[in-house]
Ligand binder design. Structure first.
Ligand SMILES: [Zn+2]
Length: 151
């Protein structure tokens, strides 16, 4: 897209924002940490490099590659955070560009359970809940870059 694009995801891909949260760019995907303020440490986001609104617009390569990339990225979230499960949610409303939220689900933290994680998200965005420590996020991004270097 053009440099003047209003798409926030394309702006991130162009390095205009969030470069410090980018983890891995390869094939047709870009994996990054959620921008600051992050709702949870280890909340990653998997973007299509192409500006497409959702899976309905995927080309053959994106279709074939999503499964393996989703599996590796979800395992990375678990390895980084020690969570038991990893949620995958894509709305595409904040930016009409496919970006799949990969959310650590911790059994001991009820706030991360099912749709409760949406309440957690809104609380952080509204300042009613403390966001993830930016230093911890930076450490996780560094670890994730090492872990994905061979992808
Ligand atoms: Zn875009």
């Amino acid at each position: 897209m053009a440099e003047s694009t209003p798409c926030g995801v394309c702006r991130i891909h162009a390095g205009a924002a969030g470069a410090e949260q980018q983890i891995h760019r390869g094939g047709v995907w870009l994996l990054r940490h959620h921008p600051l303020p992050a709702p949870l440490p280890g909340w990653l986001v998997l973007d299509s490099l192409r500006h497409v609104g959702g899976a309905i617009d995927f080309d053959a390569t994106e279709c074939a590659d999503l499964g393996p990339m989703l599996q590796r990225s979800s395992a990375l979230v678990r390895d980084l955070t020690g969570c038991e499960r990893v949620y995958a949610i894509a709305f595409g409303e904040g930016a009409r560009h496919f970006h799949l939220h990969l959310i650590p689900r911790h059994g001991a933290d009820a706030a991360t359970e099912s749709w409760g994680v949406a309440d957690l998200y809104r609380q952080v965005a509204g300042g009613g809940r403390t966001a993830a420590d930016p230093e911890l996020v930076a450490q996780l991004v560094a670890r994730a870059r090492e872990a994905t270097a061979a992808w």
